[in-house]
Write a protein of this length. Structure first.
Ligand code: CO8
Length: 377
């Protein structure tokens, strides 16, 4: 068995920003058009008028100020309300693979490694652009990695669940290094026409290089342990899948996109996530007080504050549990990895941190890491 480290991370940030003000203006224009189109039914009481969204509500309820997207004109067009993506021929790299390759290259460069040092690629995200061939194989080939690749999906916990697979592969010697990559193009399956959730998501891609510790660069993070949990809930759901055609479904049906019972999710997931991390730390002989930093899933600021408070027994600071959702919104599985990517440089050798995701399934994944001072230390 080998000791395993996170050698580096990479980040691809999409080119377009949508502020809450821009988003709300587009939604309110859409609502006005809908209300105009249904004016008679609204007057007759057979149709419910849409009410305006508000930037103040969004920031207060979620902590989100803006989000990045791959394409914004379609999202902000009140007659469209979804991004414009041009279909690509089979001979061209897919959009998911394209941004994944960029994030992987960023991670490889940060570790001073090349594709020749890597034996596997796991593409882990909340949605896949197509069923096959696997995006991971496309990414692997574009990078020039000899070995294997596969896709996996555990919604917002895709990255942490994939980290466990990568860690196990390296630990037992079937790979020297595995790239875990999380291309999250949430804008393509976000319900931009639903006032309750139109503000939640953003696009991004993260990558993590998991490597044998004796091969890892100085300052890498040893993985002390991983712990996964899932328990079924309908409170976050997307019914879109390959059966839609045989079921004569319309891809625009509301249940074919993301939907949730946000308040129930908030109430149920916070205690589960805190307990999960506590138990994980206990199994490693530690308590939350031994942890220098929590890199938490980024869905809602209040959720993160509550979870961190449950763990620490006091109000958490941004130093205890950094926030990136103000800038990125919820980026599904990538959120906790962006937090780690942006906020790990000041962790001293010997200090311990926890990466933790929570989301649809429900699914919770935690990864406990310790900063190393030099390779193999
Ligand atoms: N503008 C103004 N008012 C609004 C708006 C709006 N946009 N939306 C709702 N309101 C109103 C409501 O109508 C309601 O009014 P009233 O009190 O008169 O009925 C009031 O505001 C309060 O509404 P809510 O109870 O819905 O508001 P909350 O305070 O609960 O906040 C949140 C809503 C922000 C959604 C919050 O519940 C939340 O963040 N919950 C946690 C959600 C969460 O963590 N979900 C995880 C999902 S992510 C995941 O697992 C990955 C899925 C895969 C990725 C999919 C990518 C697309």
């Amino acid at each position: 068995m080998h000791r395993v480290a996170i050698s580096s991370t990479g980040l691809f940030t999409p080119p377009n920003v949508i502020t809450n003000a821009e988003l709300v203006a587009a939604y309110n224009a859409y609502a006005a058009l809908q209300n105009e189109a249904h004016a008679d039914a609204i007057a007759a009481g057979t149709h419910t008028a849409l009410t305006d969204s508000s930037a103040e509500f969004i920031e207060k309820a979620s902590g989100i100020q803006r989000r990045y997207v791959m394409e914004k004109t379609g999202v902000l067009d009140p007659t469209r309300m979804r991004p414009h993506f041009t279909p690509r021929p089979d001979t061209e790299i897919s959009l998911m693979a394209e941004i994944a390759v960029k994030a992987c290259q960023d991670a490889l460069q940060a570790a001073g490694k090349t594709a020749a040092d890597v034996d596997g690629v796991i593409c882990a995200a909340a949605n896949m652009q197509r069923p096959y061939p696997a995006m991971a194989v496309e990414i692997q080939t574009a990078l020039g990695v000899q070995g294997y690749g596969f896709d996996m999906n555990v919604a917002c916990s895709s990255a942490t669940f994939a980290l466990e697979q990568a860690v196990n592969a390296v630990r037992c010697g079937s790979a020297r290094a595995v790239l875990v990559v999380n291309p999250e193009i949430t804008s393509a399956h976000q319900a931009w026409i639903d006032r309750d959730c139109h503000f939640i998501f953003g696009d991004v891609c993260t990558a993590i290089l998991v490597e044998r510790l004796d091969l890892a660069p100085a300052g890498a993070f040893e993985v002390l342990g991983t712990k996964l949990l899932s328990t079924f809930s309908n409170n976050i759901r997307n019914n879109h899948g390959f059966m839609w055609r045989a079921e004569d479904r319309n891809p625009e049906d509301r249940d074919q996109l993301f939907r949730q019972e946000g308040r129930k999710v908030f109430k149920e997931v916070c205690p589960m996530a805190a307990e999960h991390m506590e138990q994980h730390l206990e199994s490693l002989g530690m308590t939350p007080q031994n942890v220098r930093r929590f890199w938490l899933h980024q869905a809602n600021l209040g959720m993160n504050q509550l979870i961190a408070k449950k763990l620490l027994g006091r109000e958490a600071t941004l130093d205890d549990a950094p926030v990136i959702l103000d800038e990125f919104a919820n980026t599904a599985s990538a959120g906790s990895i962006i937090a780690f990517h942006r906020h790990h440089a000041d962790i001293a050798a010997g200090e311990v941190g926890v990466i933790c995701s929570f989301g649809a399934g429900y699914s919770i994944g935690s990864v406990v890491v310790k900063r190393l001072s030099s390779a193999g230390a």
